[in-house]
Every structure is written in C-alpha cells, then in structure tokens.
Design a protein around this ligand. Sequence first.
Ligand code: GDP
Length: 329
Amino acid sequence: MKLNSLIFVAGHQGLVGSAIVRRLVGAGFENILLRSRANLDLTSQQTVNDFFAENRPEYVFLAAAKVGGILANDSYPAEFLRDNVAIQTNVIDAAYRNGTRKLLFLGSSCIYPRNAPQPMTEECLLTGSLEPTNEWYAIAKICGLKMCQAYRRQYGFRAISAMPTNLYGPGDNFDLETSHVLPALVRKFDEAKLNQHPEVEVWGSGAPRREFLHVDDLANACLFLMQNYDSELWVNVGFGEDISIGHLARLIARIVGFEGTIRMDPSKPDGASRKLLDSRRIRALGWKPQIPIELGIERTYKWYQENRALAIVGAHTRTLVSDSKCTDG
Ligand code: GDP
C-alpha cells in the first residue's frame, strides 16, 4: 500500500472502522475514501456495485457490520443474519469485480464453537456447535470469511480475514440494551457514581471469562496484516489473556471510582463460558498488542466522560474521524 493509494474503509463510523481510519491517517495515508450510511447503503447490491465502479478503490477494509452484545444478538436474529450477509457479499464481490488489489474482512471470535478448546486456534472453526446467543452473527461472519477464501481460490482475489476478540475503546456503543459488557459497565458504574446509587447490577453469574482488546491495537493489527499477510487462512487477533466478568466489573468500578455494591443478576444469560483466542499466528508474524487492559479502560472512560451525551445517543463516532484527508460523499 502506498501513501497515496485509494483506500476504502467500509463502516468508518463504527468502533473498528473509526479506529482504522485514525490509524491510517496517523501513518500518513492521504487518500481515504469514506461513505456514511446515509450516503451509501451497503445492503443494496446495486448501490455498492455503482459505488465501486465509480471509485475503484485499490484497498478495502471491510469493517461495516451490524453488531451488538448478547441481548441484541438474541433479540434481532433476522437482522444480524440478513444485514451482515448482504453487506459482506456486496462489498467483497464488488471489490473483486472492480479491480481492488486487496481486501481485509473483519470477523469475530464468536465464529468458533462454544465448546472449542481454549485458547481457540484458527483451525477449530466448524468443529462443533456455535454459542446459541450469537449464532446468527457468527453464521454470517463464517459465510464472509469463507467467501474471502473462495474468491481467493477461484478468482485469485487477494482477500484476507482477521478474527478479533472482544473489542472496546473510544466510539463504542454505550447503549445498555445493545452494547457489549465493557462499555455497558463503564456507563453503569459512572451513572451510579454520579447519581449516588448504592448498587450496580451486572448480568449473569460473573463467572464467564472474556478476552478484551483495545480497538487501537486491532487497528494496528489490520494495517499490519494488510501490509504483511497474504494467505487464505483467517488470523486471530487477541490480547492473549482473559479475565472473568466479575473481575472486570471490579476493575471498572475501581477505575470509575464507584464504591458501592456489585450485585449479580443470574436471570440474565452468561453466554459462552470462555472466549480466549490463540493469537500465536499473528504474534509469529511480528504483531503484538500495546495497550494493557487497565490503561485501555482508563482511556475509554476518559473518552466516555468527555463525550458522555453523544456516547449515550450513539451519534459520537462521526467526530472521531473527521479529517480533511478523508472524503465522505
Ligand atoms: P458476548 O461476549 O457475546 O457474550 O457478549 P457481551 O459482551 O454482551 O457479554 C459478555 C458477558 O458479560 C456475558 O456473560 C454477559 O451476561 C455479561 N454481562 C454482565 N453485565 C453485562 C451488561 O451490563 N451488558 C452486557 N452486554 N453484558 C453483561
């Protein structure tokens, strides 16, 4: 990738896409093509084909997806399956047909079987049943990474896939119904502290373990893979350690400064008992994460405090990527 290559970041208003744009701008890339959802409906095949035919981006980071936490996945199965399959099918196919040199597809650690041996290697895909609370999203993502593999095998299209673990950071979704656990707990502890509530409710038993990677580390990994990896096997991108939800809750409470009681709500689902990626492949290629979880949560909380009003209504990410080098039609 040259500094003046035309690079399309699909999904630049989301957590991952906005971090990739920050990283590209920081590295000096000066020709970044962006379209907001209002200007380009990625679920529409014709619209996506026309966009690619007109712009012919040389490199594509496919970070657009319908995403959400455990409750959202369970509540909107049709949308999680339909929208994600449509977005990735349209973008991958249009990129191939319009001469894109290389495409990076973003998957997720939830594609792996719920009972996969931990830490989960790339090879455990499709060796067992999926976690039912997010199988719709997982099926769509598996379809996307298989599509990358198939287009590479049949057409020689240079598509690669990265499988990140649970992500967090600035620009995250802080809506309590649809968010993932880390931003939800940042918001819950912050609001309890401000409103002097004595207690905060944390879903499930607190026993499940999750691995968390700061989204700026992921963005580094995406750029690294785009520049250094060209093979059909998807690549895990994890932090390397996991912690229990109970431990995470205590850590966030301490960082936020909440001194009340943490009450577990066992009526809410636990989901998978553990989701830790084996990231030896990308480590062997030379990438490693830089942001320890305490520091990452501190930064996320600082961002949340500075953007509280916007973060809660979800219109926040636009401000993260506005840069004169980027074109948003
Ligand atoms: P998952 O990794 O796909 O299961 O998605 P989540 O990040 O939504 O949930 C991870 C774990 O955190 C689950 O065991 C949840 O029950 C637990 N959890 C605890 N409190 C919360 C909360 O306030 N919101 C969410 N989304 N999860 C919570």
